[in-house]
Structures are given as C-alpha cells and as structure tokens.
Design a protein around this ligand. Structure first.
Ligand code: CMP
Length: 140
C-alpha cells in the first residue's frame, strides 16, 4: 500500500447546492485527508486547458462551460491508494451506474453535472495537482 495524493474537484452543481461539507465528510469518512483546498471560479480557458484530453469529445463545450459557470472547490486528497480510493468513494461517472453510498449516487444530477471530479491515474493526479496547487499550498 502506498500513500498517494489525488486531485479532486467539487463541481458547480454541488457548490450551488451547498454540498461542499457533506461531500468532504464522505471523503474523510472514506479514509482520505484533505491536505489542500481552495474555492475558485475557473475561467472558460482554464477549464478548456484542464480538460484538454477531452477536446475532441462531443461533450467538451458543455463540460467546459459547466465547469466555468460557478465556483468549484479544488482539493488535494491524501491517503493509502488515494487515486483508486477516491474513485470508489465518488462512484461511476454516470450516476445511473454508481453504487449505493457513493457521492455520485447520492448527489449527482446526471453524467455532466456529476458533483465531483477525481484523477484517474497516479500519473494524471500529479499533473492535475500541479495544475491548481503550488507545493506550499499543500500541507500534509
Ligand atoms: P470528470 O471526472 O470530470 O471527467 C470528464 C467529465 O466529462 C466527466 O467527469 C463527466 O462529467 C463529463 N462527461 C462524460 N461523458 C459525458 C457526456 N456524455 N455528456 C456530458 N458530460 C460528460
């Protein structure tokens, strides 16, 4: 088992419904520690850069407009196997397929407005953490 860090984003649909604390409680109960956190409003350009990997997908415009539509909370979560652990806590991207007890089953509205983002691999986690955080903003 390895202690890892992963990038999490609490998305606009969740911040709009005042769910930041409820979702953070699920991360903490699931064994992850919030070692970096800030509430920001992304510009459209920032969202396009962050989600560049999806630029050829049909949902790219919808995704980037949504992510820059209202505040998000970007966070660094730390713990044993944090990348996969966070993905278990979040549940499937599509809330219709998410398991009971996961964040997306509980709170997601649909596949786009799905309340949280989490890095999919450790390699991407390192890039995504560096996209939003300076080293000194992460306190383990
Ligand atoms: P996220 O983990 O933030 O990574 C990419 C996002 O694209 C994903 O969560 C979904 O919110 C979004 N997404 C994936 N598929 C679709 C889709 N078919 N329509 C709208 N958004 C999607």
């Amino acid at each position: 088992m390895a202690v890892e860090r992963t990038l999490s984003i609490i998305k606009p649909d969740a911040t709009n419904r005042n769910l930041t604390g409820a979702i953070n409680a699920m991360f903490e109960a699931g064994g992850l520690r919030i070692v970096g956190q800030k509430r920001i409003k992304m510009t459209l350009g920032q969202a396009q850069k962050f989600y560049e990997i999806h630029k050829d997908k049909g949902f790219f415009a919808e995704l980037t407009e949504f992510m820059s539509s209202a505040p998000v909370v970007v966070q660094v979560l730390e713990g044993e196997n944090a990348v996969s652990r966070n993905r278990e806590i979040m549940g499937d991207t599509n809330p219709d397929n998410a398991k009971e007890g996961t964040v997306r089953k509980k709170y997601a509205l649909n596949i786009g407005e799905n309340s949280v983002h989490g890095s999919d691999t450790l390699e991407n986690a390192k890039k995504e953490v560096a996209f939003f955080f300076k080293d000194e903003e992460i306190v383990g």
